[in-house]
Design a protein around this ligand. Structure first.
Ligand code: AMP
Length: 206
């Protein structure tokens, strides 16, 4: 699943992976968990993630390799936030070929920059369960709608870093749109509207 930060990849990936009962692999979530747990990987990734830079390809490819070689990848999976550049996309294609899997779909969730900046500015993360939510949808103030935990602004959702992440997206990740548009399995989905509306559009396209 492709899309700029804040396009709704995480929300949609969660819904779609539940619907098809396949694992949802979010490299961003995996990295944040490693950082929270202060693992060796987390310590290596921390400064990159918190400043809105991409972590090294080697680190991310290692994460994906471990997942793909494990049992839980056997019946398919949904990648969210990976690949993030052409090097990763080419390496991913090699990994899939090696184990005889193919990409069934590449979904690009398209949302314009003004909407992205607006959404990321309202984005909050639960300190306890890590759920991402929007203050616009929170009717209980600054508490997580799922677990009641405290909502915080993720370091990389702060003003300057948002702008930097968008620049990184345009430079590194946008070229993947051209790369995958030749794959025959590429679909652009309008990311405006409610999460439910976007899910419906995705399901119709599959
Ligand atoms: P996300 O939650 O997908 O927006 O990712 C948050 C941060 O994790 C990014 O800004 C990067 O620092 C890092 N990250 C996530 N996925 C990747 C990836 N595939 N390649 C490099 N860095 C990544």
């Amino acid at each position: 699943m492709l899309g700029a930060p804040g396009a709704g990849k995480g929300t949609q990936a969660e819904k779609i992976s539940k619907k098809f009962d396949i694992p949802h692999v979010s490299t961003g979530d995996i990295l944040r968990k490693e950082i929270k747990n202060k693992t060796e990987l987390g310590l290596k990734a921390k400064s990159f993630v918190e400043s809105g830079k991409l972590v090294t390809d080697e680190l991310v490819i290692e994460i994906i390799k471990n997942f793909i070689q494990g049992d839980s990848a056997e019946n398919g999976f949904l990648m969210d936030g990976f690949p993030r550049n052409l090097v990763q996309a080419k390496k991913f294609a090699e990994m899939l070929e090696k184990i005889g899997l193919r990409l069934d779909h590449v979904i690009n969730i398209a949302v314009d920059n003004n909407e992205i900046i607006n959404r990321l500015g309202m984005r909050r993360t639960c300190r306890k369960c890590q759920k991402i939510t929007s203050v616009a949808e929170c009717n209980n103030g600054e508490l997580c709608p799922d677990c009641g935990g405290e909502l915080i602004i993720r370091k990389d959702d702060e003003g300057d870093i948002i702008r930097h992440r968008l620049e990184v997206y345009e430079k590194e990740t946008q070229p993947l749109i051209e790369y995958y548009s030749k794959s025959g399995v590429f679909t652009v989905i309008d990311g405006l509207g409610t999460a439910g509306e976007v899910t419906e559009r995705i399901l119709k396209s599959l």
